[in-house]
Design a protein around this ligand. Structure first.
Ligand code: 5AD
Ligand code: FES
Length: 350
């Protein structure tokens, strides 16, 4: 690591900000020494806010039916090999009940853009979850919807919304998505969510086809400026039934490097060590937490549907029961000196 990079890293830790060119230089100059320094500073920043607690969310994959056709995604609408399913509101409530008994206090309802899940279906469901388990947070991750819909879901009791921006570079966004989707619309959704009052999560894949240090620098600048409450990043992993089947997967070390940088940009941000990270490396999630992540999202979906929610190949945790994943993750976090906690896990304002 040269002296310039050390100076940049120290400036980032102090000011939580760099210029676009500086972010790009930091990414281009990545070596082991820089990664170690960033991780160490990121752990210090994270532990000042959250100690050694790791927040946990129960992920319920409510539908793999999707009208979109993102080029990277295994459940894209045009994938005829995808075995489609949709949970009923009763199925979803049963997952929450099981999750509550396992100490989960956040439920993430994630799914493709499935026309079945109208506001008329979702609002009563959200109200029911909040009525039965008032000490729980409800997070939605259901893609792009109208501002009015986001407002109705919020009024029904949803607390948080995850919508990855996927890339902050417009041309790169176009190369990852079909013409019907637009970068401007994505950004508008994120702004709407924030204005309505959700705790908002954005995020992107590491190593998506066409990604460069320049596009990554834009992602970091976007995170610095947008100030999301959460940011989901994980490696891109090719899916055999997509146009990107032959593209190389994202890199564990680069993912961890970016987790550390994001932690330093925003010391209190909620940063998951994702399932994709655990998929490309046997101890990827532990490495993520050691790089500055502070959230894990074990799967609460019924085992019967898990294999069908295949965004990418070889996804882990598709055969295990929810209780097994909870226990497994708990042990994994303990192994690196962290412990899972059982409250809602809201962002701490500093
Ligand atoms: N590899 C890794 N992550 C993926 N996602 C979708 N497809 C893949 C893939 N092939 C991510 C996207 C999406 C989130 C739900 O999963 O970033 O927003
Ligand atoms: Fe699911 Fe380890 S977290 S098996």
């Amino acid at each position: 690591m040269n002296k310039n990079i050390r100076t940049l890293i120290q400036a980032l830790a102090e000011n939580h900000s760099l210029t676009l060119d500086e972010y790009e230089a930091l990414i281009t100059a990545r070596d082991q020494e820089a990664a170690d320094l960033l991780a160490q500073l990121a752990r210090t920043a994270r532990e000042a806010v959250y100690g050694r607690e790791v927040y946990t969310r129960g992920l319920i994959e409510i539908s793999n039916i999707c009208k979109n056709d993102c080029l990277y995604c295994g459940i894209r609408g045009s994938n005829a090999n995808c075995d489609r399913y949709r949970l009923t509101p009763e199925d979803i409530l049963a997952c929450c009940q099981e999750g509550y008994a396992l100490d989960f206090r956040t439920f993430v309802l994630q799914g493709g853009e499935d026309g079945y899940f109208t506001d008329q279906v979702l609002c009563p469901l959200i109200r029911e979850i909040k009525a039965r388990w008032p000490d729980c947070a409800v997070t939605l991750s259901l893609g792009e919807r109208s501002r009015e819909s986001y407002q109705r879901l919020f009024d029904a009791g949803a607390d948080r919304y995850l919508l990855r921006h996927e890339t902050a570079d417009e041309a790169h966004y176009r190369s990852l998505h079909p013409p019907a989707m637009s970068f401007a619309r994505r950004m508008e959704c994120l702004r709407d969510l924030k204005e309505i009052g959700y705790q908002v999560g954005c995020g992107f894949m590491v190593g998506s086809p066409g990604q460069t240090p320049k596009t990554l620098a834009k992602d970091l600048k976007f995170i610095e400026e947008f100030q999301p409450d959460m940011c989901g990043i994980g490696p891109f992993i090719p899916h055999r039934d997509t146009p990107f089947r032959d593209c190389p997967p994202g890199d564990v070390a680069l993912t961890c490097y970016l987790l550390s940088i994001i932690r330093l940009i925003s010391p209190a941000i909620l940063l998951p060590a994702t399932t994709a990270l655990g998929t490309i490396h046997p101890t990827g999630r532990e490495m993520g937490v050691r790089a500055g992540a502070n959230v894990v999202m074990p799967n609460l979906s019924p085992v019967a549907v898990r294999k069908k929610y295949a965004l990418y190949d070889n996804k882990i945790c598709t055969g295990e029961e929810s209780a097994q994943c909870r226990g497994c993750l708990s042990a994994r976090m303990e192994s690196v000196g962290y412990s899972l906690v059982t409250h809602r896990g809201d962002i701490k304002k500093i």
